[in-house]
Design a protein around this ligand. Structure first.
Ligand code: FDA
Length: 391
């Protein structure tokens, strides 16, 4: 078998690259070891796929080389992808500012990509393992579980390590190393935190409760909802800050974002001295959380009975609650991989490897990781298009 382009990975980036190269007149084969294309698309966004963010900028991405993503993101913008899905009549909703989700199901989005691949003449080979990849003259040769394939170019779009049960592997990193590229340290990101002992029990007792918070860690800061779980802390605020967190770090959580708790407590003591502290808390926080705080700190009573020092202690617990996670839930539930194939030897315009233009890397396998909110798919589309146009 002979193709102009063989893409390894039928996920978001691989399918987008395939259909772009197909429309550009290339013969394209997309290979995946899974039994289905786009499994992560199907499970993303709670089954409705947050497929882009209208406010995407390079500042929404982490990378050792922060300039790398600029060119592709500029060339293929969120509105281009919206235009593509709207041509297929896909209905979408803006659940939070800029975050576009399928109105019905992520299946509709995957169907758009698969239909486009079909129209562009892209061949798809599922349940296919790549056993070997080697340079063959100006092209590449693949030895697969379905036989030998010669390709003008091979694009690695095999994604990161998150959710191994969905087919994630370190394949892309192994190939990068085989061809002399560096692979930066990888870690699970956009992932819930676990807590241990007493704090685990406390979180478990509040499991399912969500509260708007501001969280900080290592220079990262987000104001979003936090969710207590039976293992620890999750919700958008925690997923976002997990991209900054390193083992051993404390999180600083503001349970009353936008309010100076000390000033508010002093004022409340002056104006409503007969009010219980727990009542005051219950008016500002979800009731169960307010009750839990009083239990944890064992310190209810009338506001009038509180000293300044006691109110200051409470204000610290409310505005600057410090908690040290024991870890994260890891690859099992992480949405993305932080780190990956070092981009310094890869063209940000064509995604080819310097000195080996017949080998390319796109999507999450690269050291480019977006924040929560549709940015990771936008990177998959943008890198797929840039590579597909140039391959
Ligand atoms: P992707 O992982 O999509 O595809 C890689 C493909 O390569 C897979 O089909 C895999 O089977 C295949 N593959 C791997 N190893 C192989 C091998 N050895 N041989 C052959 N094939 C191989 N992002 C976002 O923007 N909005 C969202 O709502 C969400 N939600 C979300 C939820 C959950 C639960 C997860 C896990 C992730 C998200 N994400 C997200 C992140 C998003 O899914 C992710 O960034 C993109 O899918 C990355 O696209 P890629 O095409 O690079 O990899």
């Amino acid at each position: 078998m002979n193709y102009d382009v063989v893409i390894i990975g039928a996920g978001a980036a691989g399918l987008m690259c395939g259909l772009t190269a197909g429309y550009a007149g290339r013969s394209v084969l997309v290979i995946d070891h899974a039994n289905k294309a786009g499994k992560k698309i199907l499970m993303s966004g709670g089954g409705r796929c947050n497929f882009t963010n209208l406010a995407t900028t390079p500042a929404n991405f982490f990378s050792a080389n922060p300039h790398f993503c600029i060119s592709a993101l500029k060339r293929y913008r969120p509105e281009h992808f919206v235009e593509l899905v709207e041509r297929h009549g896909l209905e979408h909703v803006e659940k939070a500012p800029g975050q576009l989700f399928c109105a019905d199901s992520a299946k509709d989005l995957l169907n758009v990509l698969l239909t486009e691949c079909e129209w562009a003449g892209v061949a798809l080979s599922l349940k296919t393992r790549v056993e070997r990849l080697e340079v063959q003259g100006q092209g590449m040769r693949l030895v697969t579980s379905r036989g030998r394939i010669d390709a003008g170019a091979v694009v690695i779009a095999s994604g990161g390590l998150s959710i191994p049960t969905m087919g994630a592997t370190g394949f892309g990193y192994d190939i990068a190393r085989q061809f002399g590229l560096a692979v930066g340290e990888t870690r699970a990101a956009l992932v819930p935190f676990t807590l241990s002992s007493q704090w685990k029990d406390r979180a478990e007792a509040l499991s399912g409760l969500s509260s708007d918070v501001a969280v900080r860690c290592r220079g990262g800061a987000y104001r979003e909802p936090m969710l207590f779980t039976h293992r620890g802390l999750s919700g958008p605020a925690m997923l976002q800050i997990s991209s900054y967190w390193q083992p051993g770090d404390e999180l600083e959580i503001d349970l009353l974002p936008g309010h100076d708790a000390f000033d508010a407590l002093i004022q409340a003591r002056r104006e409503t001295p007969k009010r219980q502290l727990s009542t005051w808390l219950g008016e500002r926080l979800p009731k169960r959380l307010a009750q839990a705080l009083v239990e944890w700190h064992g310190d209810d009573g009338l506001l009038a009975e509180r000293s300044n020092a006691s109110l200051e202690g409470w204000a610290t617990q409310l505005n600057r609650w410090r908690i040290k996670p024991s870890g994260t839930e890891g690859w099992r539930t992480a949405e993305v991989t932080m780190g990956g194939v070092d981009t310094s030897a890869i063209s940000s315009k064509t995604f080819e490897v310097q000195g080996l233009p017949q080998l390319r890397f796109i999507g999450e396998v690269l050291d480019v990781t977006g924040e929560l909110g549709g940015y990771n798919f936008q990177w998959a589309w943008a890198s797929g298009v840039a590579c597909g146009l140039s391959v």
